[in-house]
Structures are given as structure tokens and as C-alpha cells.
Design a protein around this ligand. Structure first.
Ligand code: GTP
Ligand code: SPV
Ligand code: MN
Length: 621
């Protein structure tokens, strides 16, 4: 809560309008108003606006951004009420090296996070935020992650000087008046989220379309449940309800309260007999969560529906049933590779409009395009940097991390229970990464501890979703490496403890998939996308005890006779390449695992035993 030392009126010069606005706030929640006043006194905005979340507000802000050149209005016929934004070329993805976990002790943040002392960081941020909103409007966005009708709604308030953030948050979360009313009525705790582009304007200074600051700070204070973000306007850096809150802060809360906040999609799958299962999947950024969540099965009689595409909160009821909630209200999906042949459900959702695209290319008739959207490549485009583009240009038209931000309600295959405040029961967890070699199409863990080991050693080639080199294999525990809000060793311990507390028989069974293995010729061994339904079918039948597999050193793997391959055009060689467990490849994997464990330093004993067990099976079976 706010420090009253900064909250007294009149001590710091606020302009009359801001002063008056703060004296007549739309809420009687005193602590909230005091906190907002404190931030205003520090950041010195020209105006304050409390976001109500209305359609009229969206229209006013998008109009304003069109005028400012931040947004391009798209063709109303093609994409109604939709806009394209183009970021500063230096502000295109999450910045992991500028992301900090500020816990009292360095050990609290652990070996995988950047740590700074909270007091020192607050000093740094106070300097950065001092006057940071001059010449701009400070927006106050009350929001809730998950349902407003949850037993304990997870509130936040984001203060930002970016109207792009306000409009994007309106898609990604429930925001505005209904949230503020409920929060104020209950004087409920909320996560304090402070965001500035770090680009104050001098009087009369002309703004740029995408203001930001070369110095960036994405800072979590898990112990205070607070977030400060400076310098970036992009995605997970700026929409603070998403990665910063629903993963980094929530994972710390979950650790304290005995649940799990995870980087997972949630898929509902119904078999031909009408029996449904819910499956969660943790794949690192840009490794297929949205696509898998919107799967269009290619096998007869199976139906897939979507519950969530990026974040999952898993809680355990009195009956020990794991129940999972998607805390988000929108999709912030990777555009490239999303197309009519790969993800028609996403394309249909986007076509309904009400979407903000960022860093995609523009067609000459007011539409959008990106690599992989259509088989036909347009003759002419305006690329994401605003330059003319033709197929001969020899560079991508859309940025590889370009995104669409679309309300989840526009997804036709959305499961009706997607926003059930109690969540949906969880049957299985899938870990997956992007690996050219070694990791088979699917394997089933031998049990909870082995599954946690699979998650702990999950590896993937890096993607454009974060700034830095692309295609480098790195360990990414449970696809959470950039999102664990505390010590990664404690995080693994928490997974193990949760299984022990809830009881293995109640926990979801764990699987490990790889859609990205290559053939010796370099192509994908497995066709992926809708064909992944064949793997889902095997998983569901394993849960029911009706599918076979063979035990390998890394888990139970289906033979080709165990998968439903009806109607699939795949060569024996490719199938073999997808399913193969090669002992030499896996033995080569061990040094990488050991290096990773050495970096972690304090890996739970049970995980080390699993590591020894794997080597033993590889050498002796
Ligand atoms: P974030 O939003 O960054 O967390 O990404 P995500 O995990 O939701 O990934 P997404 O589904 O957006 O997919 C990222 C990229 O992987 C896209 O270019 C997809 O086309 C590609 N992809 C997804 N599923 C498959 C698959 O089964 N096979 C292959 N070959 N590519 C896939
Ligand atoms: C990811 O990188 O995992 C994303 C995009 O989902 S962002 O919101 O930028 O984190
Ligand atoms: Mn993600």
C-alpha cells in the first residue's frame, strides 16, 4: 500500500487539473487514491485519466493514437475496429537481461534471475520516474486477472502513460469501472503496477509514434507484490497484468499459498464418446502454445476447444482435484506462422476485428500480412518498418515477434466454461520445447517426480519472443525460466512438494512433446499443428488405460502402431525420425543437464536422483 509520506496534497507541485482530478477520484478507496497521488507527484503527468474500460473510451483512445501516428486504422470491411501499431525497432520483445527480481536477499531471486537490492532499485526507479510522465496523460487502469467472481479476485492497478497499453490491457484483462467498484467496496488488496515509457515531452515538443527509452527496467518486487516497468511499450514488458503479474508475482504468491502459476495453455479435448479432458501445456515463448490451444483435430470424432493460450493458474481443492484457470481475457499471439492452413481458429478470431496488431506488415488495401499467413505472397506490402516491400526484398515483411492482440471471446472454439471462477479439472500436463534432435514426439513420464525432472530439464532453441540470439538451446524449466518470480531451486522443490501434498494419484499425469524434430534432410519430421491431435488422442487413451506404448529410458513412447495415423501422409522414415529415442543422443544430453544443474546449484535431491536414474537406464537397458 501507499506510503503516506508521499501522499499529502500540496507538497509537490501538481498542476491544477491533476490536483482536482485527484481530489475528486471515482472511488472512495483511500489507500488506492493515495498511492495514485504518490505516483503522480513523482511522475508529474499533465493529465490523469481513470480508465473505465468502456467502448467509448476505447474509441476515444484509438482515435487519439491514430492522430498521433501510433496506430494505423485498418480497413473496416476486412478488419473492423482494428489497428496496427509499429514499435520503435529497438523495442520489439521482452528484455530478459533488463528484467529484475528484487527480493530482500539475493538468494530469494535465485541463480536464474537478475537480482538487485529492493531499496537500491527503488532509488534507481525513483530517479527514472521523476518527471517521466511530463507532457503526457497518466492512465489508471484497475484490472482483475481471472474472474471478478473468484473466491479471492486477483486485483491489480496499472498506472501507465501509454494509451496503447490501456487499449491492449482492455483486451487482455477485465478492466475499468466494474473492477474499481468491487475492489473499492471490499477495500481489496491489489498488485501495484507502475509503467512509464520513460519519454517525457517538453512543452511544445513533437511526440514520436512509439515513445520509449533506451534504458529499460522491468522490475518485480515479489515480497511487496509490486511491479515497476520503465522504458518499453511492448507486450510483456508493458502489459503488466500478463507476465509480470500473472506469472512472476503470481508464482511467488502461489509458492506461499500452495498452488502453481504457470506458462501454460489449456486445451479441452472431447473424444468420440463425449468424454472431455482438460490438458495444460508448457512450451517456451513462441514454441506453439497458442497453436496447440486452438488445435483443429484431423482425426474423426474428436473435438478440441480452447480455455487458455498462455497462462494457467492451477489450484487444488479440498477434494484434491487440480483445477485450472486462465487468468487472461485475450490472446497476445505470435503472428508469423499463424495462417489459414496452420491455425484457422486464430484467423477466424482475428477476422472478427477489435484487434491491435503490432509490427505486422500492411497490405495496400488496408489489411495486414505476415510470413505464413497465406500461401500466396502479396506483390507489394509496407513492411513493419514502414518501407516498401516485395517478395524480392529478401527480408521478412513482419517482425518475427509481431503479434495480434484479440479478445478471447472472439475464438469460435472457446469452451463455454473458459471463465469459470472455479477453473476446470486438469487431467494432464504437457511439457514441450523446440528441439531439432534428441527429444521424441511424445513420451509419458514414469510418475510425478520423473515428470518434474522432465520439466526441470526442458530445453528449447531460443526464439524472437525475447531480445537476444535465436536458435540457441537453453534449459527452460517448465517453460518458466524468464517468469519464475523467486529462486528456481525453490520453484522445483515447490512442484515436488505440491505433488507430495496433493498425492500423486490426484496430480495430472505428465507428458513431454517435441513438434520440432528434424529429419536428416532438415525438414520437420512431424507435420504438427492439427496433426498434433493424434498425439492428444494417444495421451487421452493412456489416461484411460486403453493405449499402448513401450518403455524407453526417457519415458513411455508410442510405437507407430500405437498412434492413430489414419489419413496421415507421412513416410515411415519421417515417423521413425519423430518417435526415435536414440541412446547416444540422450547420453550427449547429460552434460548439458549437468551444466544446467551446476548453474542452479541447489537442485532438489529428488531431481538429482532422477538424473542418475536416467543415466542408469541409458547405459543399462
Ligand atoms: P508465446 O505467445 O510467445 O508464448 O508463443 P506460443 O508458445 O503461444 O507459440 P505459438 O503457438 O504462437 O507458435 C509460435 C510459432 O511456432 C509459430 O510460428 C507457429 O507457426 C509455430 N508452431 C506452432 N505449433 C507448431 C507445430 O506443431 N509445428 C511446427 N512446425 N511449428 C509450430
Ligand atoms: C511470451 O513471450 O511468452 C509472450 C509474449 O507470450 S509477451 O507478452 O511479450 O511476454
Ligand atoms: Mn507466452
Amino acid at each position: 500500500m501507499a506510503d503516506n509520506g508521499t501522499a499529502t496534497t500540496g507538497t509537490t507541485a501538481l498542476n491544477r487539473e491533476v490536483q482536482q482530478s485527484l481530489d475528486n477520484p471515482p472511488t472512495d478507496y483511500r489507500e488506492l487514491v493515495d498511492w495514485v497521488r504518490g505516483i503522480a507527484e513523482l511522475a508529474q503527468p499533465d493529465h490523469i485519466h481513470w480508465a473505465d474500460g468502456s467502448e467509448a473510451e476505447w474509441t476515444r483512445l484509438t482515435d487519439l493514437m491514430v492522430e498521433a501516428g501510433t496506430l494505423v486504422r485498418l480497413s473496416d470491411e476486412k478488419l473492423p475496429n482494428s489497428f496496427a501499431a509499429f514499435s520503435d525497432p529497438e523495442d520489439v520483445a521482452r528484455v530478459e537481461e533488463r528484467t529484475f527480481i528484487c527480493t530482500k536477499t539475493e538468494k530469494g531471486a535465485g541463480p536464474t534471475n537478475n537480482w538487485e537490492d529492493p531499496t537500491a532499485m527503488k532509488e534507481t526507479l525513483t530517479k527514472r520516474f521523476n518527471g517521466a510522465m511530463r507532457g503526457r496523460t497518466m492512465y489508471v487502469i484497475p484490472f482483475v486477472m481471472g474472474s471478478l467472481d473468484a473466491q479471492k479476485p486477483q486485483y491489480g492497478v496499472e498506472i501507465t502513460d501509454s494509451p496503447y497499453v490501456v487499449c491492449s490491457m482492455r483486451i487482455m484483462a477485465t478492466i475499468g469501472t466494474p473492477v474499481l467498484e468491487r475492489m473499492s467496496r471490499d477495500k481489496a488488496e491489489f498488485v501495484e503496477c507502475v509503467h512509464s515509457l520513460g519519454a517525457p515531452l517538453q512543452p511544445g515538443e513533437q511526440d514520436v509514434p512509439w515513445p520509449c527509452n533506451p534504458a529499460k527496467y522491468i522490475v518485480q518486487f515479489p515480497e511487496d507484490r509490486a511491479i515497476w516497468s520503465f522504458g518499453s511499450g511492448y507486450g510483456g514488458n508493458a502489459l503488466l497484468g500478463k507476465k509480470c503479474y500473472a506469472l512472476r508475482i503470481a508464482s511467488a504468491i502461489a509458492h506461499d499459498e500452495g498452488w502453481l502459476a504457470e506458462h501454460m495453455l489449456i486445451l479441452k479435448i472431447t473424444d468420440p464418446q463425449g468424454e472431455s479432458h482438460y490438458i495444460a501445456g508448457a512450451f517456451p515463448s513462441a514454441c506453439g502454445k497458442t497453436n496447440f490451444a486452438m488445435l483443429e483435430p484431423t482425426i474423426e470424432g474428436w473435438k478440441a476447444e480452447m480455455v487458455g493460450d498462455d497462462i494457467a493458474w492451477i489450484r487444488f481443492g479440498k477434494d484434491h482435484t487440480p483445477r485450472v484457470v486462465n487468468p487472461e481475457a485475450g490472446l497476445f499471439g505470435v503472428a508469423p506462422g499463424t495462417g489459414w492452413s496452420t491455425n484457422p481458429n486464430a484467423m477466424r478470431a482475428i477476422e472478427r476485428g477489435n484487434t491491435i496488431f503490432t509490427n505486422v506488415a500492411l497490405t495496400d488495401d488496408g489489411g495486414v500480412w505476415w510470413e505464413g499467413m497465406t500461401d500466396d505472397i502479396p506483390e507489394h506490402l509496407t513492411d513493419w518498418k514502414g518501407n516498401d516491400w516485395t517478395p524480392q526484398s529478401g527480408r521478412p515483411a513482419a517482425h518475427p515477434n509481431s503479434r495480434f492482440c484479440t479478445p478471447i471471446k472472439q475464438v469460435e472454439i472457446l469452451a463455454p466454461e473458459y471463465d469459470d471462477p472455479e477453473g476446470v479439472p486438469l487431467s494432464a500436463i504437457i511439457f514441450g520445447g523446440r528441439r531439432k534432435t534428441t527429444v521424441p514426439l511424445v513420451s509419458e513420464s514414469f510418475g510425478w517426480e520423473h515428470g518434474v525432472f522432465q520439466g526441470a530439464t526442458l530445453s528449447s532453441e531460443t526464439t524472437a519472443a525475447a531480445k537476444g540470439a535465436v536458435g540457441v538451446v537453453r534449459r527452460d524449466p517448465m517453460a518458466m525460466l524468464p517468469f519464475i518470480g523467486y529462486n528456481a531451486n525453490d520453484y522445483l522443490e515447490h512442484w515436488l512438494n505440491t505433488g507430495a501434498r496433493v498425492g500423486e494419484e490426484n496430480m495430472p499425469r505428465i507428458y513431454y512433446v517435441n513438434w520440432f524434430r528434424r529429419t536428416p534432410e532438415g525438414g520437420f519430421a512431424w507435420p504438427g499443428f492439427g496433426e498434433n491431435s493424434r498425439v492428444v488422442k494417444w495421451i487421452v487413451e493412456r489416461l484411460k488405460g486403453t493405449a499402448e506404448g513401450h518403455e524407453t529410458p526417457v519415458g513411455v513412447v508410442p510405437g507407430k502402431e500405437d498412434l492413430d495415423l489414419t489419413g496421415l501422409d507421412i513416410s515411415d522414415a519421417d515417423l521413425e525420425a519423430a518417435l526415435r529415442v536414440d541412446k547416444d543422443e540422450w547420453l550427449n544430453e547429460l552434460p548439458g543437464i549437468d551444466e544446467w544443474f551446476a548453474r542452479l546449484g541447489d537442485v532438489p535431491e529428488v531431481i538429482l536422483e532422477q538424473r542418475a536414474g536416467l543415466e542408469d537406464r541409458l547405459r543399462n537397458s
